[in-house]
Design a binder for this molecule. Sequence first.
Ligand code: RB5
Length: 150
Amino acid sequence: MVVSIASDHAGYDLRMAVKKHLEEMGIEVIDGGAVSGTESFSYVEAGKKIAEDVSSGKADRGVAICGTGIGISMVCNKYKGIRCALCHNEYTARMCRQHNDANVIAFGGRVIGSAVALAMIDAFFAEEFAGGRHAVRVGDISSLEEVNFK
Ligand code: RB5
């Protein structure tokens, strides 16, 4: 499993904690985005990096962090095949895998603490997609991409 993780400056500190946790889980990490928590870095550039890594197959999944998680999740969801879920707790991190087959998780470095973030990471990487009726819904999302993404 290869994971692309990136953040802007507002997500930098949390990204460092999440990156360490992923590596301890034996996951290969592609790290991108801000080089510190003080030097301004656009969440658009960070989101692009993750979405391109996942879309191209360079990474299997992505972890996206900005101040709120909102901007970076919007960016990731502009890419075909990316299902980025903005999550706030362990339940939403689990359900975005089970029901939505999310391939990128986003959260806010100014919103949640590291303990919650790491619990979300554990849930996101442990939970399987349930398939069945949920596969129909996810297929419907892909059909929308065919119509709306030129
Ligand atoms: C940066 O100040 C902030 O706007 C950004 O991290 C994010 O919250 C945007 O959605």
